[in-house]
Write a protein that binds this ligand. Structure first.
Ligand SMILES: [Zn+2]
Length: 253
């Protein structure tokens, strides 16, 4: 039995708390207070941590946790507190879950995702790379790296549940509708998510099946999206160029 619960941090971050009968792990502890509370009240038996990338809002709580107890911490190199540096295709097991490491540079150069297929629906923790209805900003890598990273993720099984690092869904879908206004799936999803958010219910996880139908950053081959972007930015019909123009458009949206 596996459960994944969100812990809210900062204004819109999610720390993911993953539990099985063997204990718990957290993904991207940007803050430690709530996790320490759960440990002190014996609500969780924390065994490990996964880190997707070096940004402070995903790592700032890590040392508070490792100073308190021995933990298996998996993540990219050059981050204090990580004792298992992992790279592309590495495999490891924590609390009875088998994880696979996927390198997905673009948002940062060190960005990783963690994938597991060993439960009913596969799960993916992808930090600030794929968001529900959108994708992360390109800070350190190239647009091509981000584009390839999203393609890489989108090839995993369609039923994969996707746990992203932020609650950005509603604003992402607003932008998506601007780009792809005749997409019925997208309109329905916008209405659903608007209700959830107004009731303060997390919009995540999403899944790859849904994202392939409504996330414009995974749909740069779609004829309507292509035409819209080519017309607006006067670029050639090339998927990477469409993606790049779309990401820059969203940066200023
Ligand atoms: Zn980030």
């Amino acid at each position: 039995m596996l459960s994944v619960e969100p812990i809210k941090a900062y204004t819109d971050n999610y720390i993911w708390l993953v539990s099985t009968n063997e204990g718990s792990i957290v993904v991207d502890p940007g803050e430690s207070k709530e996790i320490l509370n759960l440990i002190d009240t014996n609500e969780i038996d924390l065994k490990g941590v996964l880190i997707t990338h070096h940004h402070y809002d995903h790592t700032n709580g890590l040392l508070d946790l490792t100073n308190k107890m021995n933990l298996e911490v998996y993540g990219p190199e050059k981050i204090e507190g990580i004792n298992n540096i992992v790279n592309e295709s590495d495999k490891f097991s924590l609390i009875g879950i088998d994880f696979e490491v996927i390198e997905i540079p673009g948002h940062t150069l060190d960005h990783l995702a963690f994938y597991s297929s060993n439960n009913e629906d596969p799960i993916l923790f992808c930090g600030d790379t794929l968001f529900a209805g959108g994708c992360g900003r390109v800070f350190e890598g190239t647009f091509e790296q981000m584009f390839m990273s999203l393609k890489k993720i989108s090839k995993y099984p369609k039923e994969t549940k996707v746990f992203c690092g932020h609650e950005y869904t509603l604003s992402n879908l607003k932008f998506a509708l601007e780009v792809d206004k005749d997409n019925k799936d997208l309109m329905n999803e916008f209405n659903n998510i608007e209700k959830l958010i107004s009731s303060d219910i997390p919009s995540l996880p999403t899944n790859l099946n849904k994202e392939l139908k409504l996330n414009p950053f995974l749909r740069c081959h779609d004829i309507d999206i292509k035409n819209k972007v080519i017309e607006k930015f006067d670029i050639i019909d090339d998927e990477l160029q469409i993606f790049t123009a779309l990401r820059k458009w969203k940066d200023n949206f």
